[in-house]
Design a protein around this ligand. Structure first.
Ligand code: PGA
Length: 256
């Protein structure tokens, strides 16, 4: 399986800044065969960047999309409109769940809409700090996973990526803490077991599981060697080109 290095730019960079970043990144990177390098710019930047990007080196991801393809939905962008511009879409990120109040039902429809439009969903799941403190992590992970995949058929599971992002470890969280490799390993194992119960062991094995939460060049190696982790979803550190490139270099070394 490839190793995924995904930069989530969130609400950062103008279109011009995003284009300059991409230009520099393309110039720096060789074509890594075993690494899948992905950046998720703002929706506004996707069209111009899709014309600029060399897809042999870097793929684009949307940060969101709407579950209906067309219609009277003011302000939304559909996966049907994103089709052809991006290969991936981040769905159910904790900022969308907790700041923009998205629920598992909407997230499930978005996952289905992405697949329907030939876009690979990166379904984000993760517990908040108080849920972990109250021993609810397993239930939350299972609910978000089963809920988010409720419209995904057996055949479609191979088109899905899961990202485990403990919300308390995301750099924007107040007093964010680093997740330990053991904590991550336990949840990643639970994710594969849950997938296996619904879709079978073989299908579960084939689903890439990424980790995200304050990943930077100095901890990327440790996180990439957690059993069952197939890549990283990176926020703040991906905004600094040299750090993102360093993380890619770490991934290359770890996977060599
Ligand atoms: P962070 O963000 O790397 O800044 O913690 C990760 C994410 O929110 O996807």
């Amino acid at each position: 399986m490839k190793t995924y290095i995904v930069g989530n730019w969130k609400l950062n960079f103008t279109v011009g800044e995003a284009s300059i970043y991409l230009h520099k990144l393309l110039k720096t990177l060789p074509n890594y065969r075993d690494l899948e390098i992905v950046v998720a710019p703002s929706t506004l930047a996707l069209q111009p960047l899709s014309l600029q990007v060399d897809r042999h080196k870097i793929k684009l991801a949307a940060q969101n999309g709407f579950y209906r393809d067309t219609g009277a939905y003011t302000g939304e962008t559909s996966f049907a409109q994103l089709r052809g511009l991006v290969n991936y879409a981040i769905i159910g990120h904790s900022e969308r769940r907790y700041v923009l109040h998205e629920n598992d039902k909407e997230i499930a429809k978005k996952v289905a809409a992405a697949i329907r439009n030939h876009i690979t969903p990166i379904l984000c799941i993760g517990e908040i700090e108080s849920e972990r403190a109250f021993g609810e992590t397993k239930d939350v992970i299972r609910d978000q996973l089963i809920g988010g995949l409720s419209e995904v058929s057996d055949d479609e599971l191979a088109k899905v990526i899961i990202a485990y992002e403990p919300v308390w470890a995301i750099s924007s969280a107040k007093s964010a803490k680093l997740a330990s490799p053991d904590e991550i390993a336990e949840v990643v194992d639970l994710i594969r077991k849950t997938l296996s119960e619904t879709y079978g062991a073989k299908a579960a094995e084939g689903v890439p599981v990424l980790f995200g939460g304050s990943v930077n060049p100095s901890n990327a190696g440790a996180y990439l060697t957690v059993p069952g982790v197939n890549g990283l979803l990176i926020g703040a550190s991906s905004l600094i080109l040299s750090e993102f490139v360093d993380i890619i270099e770490v991934a290359k070394r770890v996977r060599a």
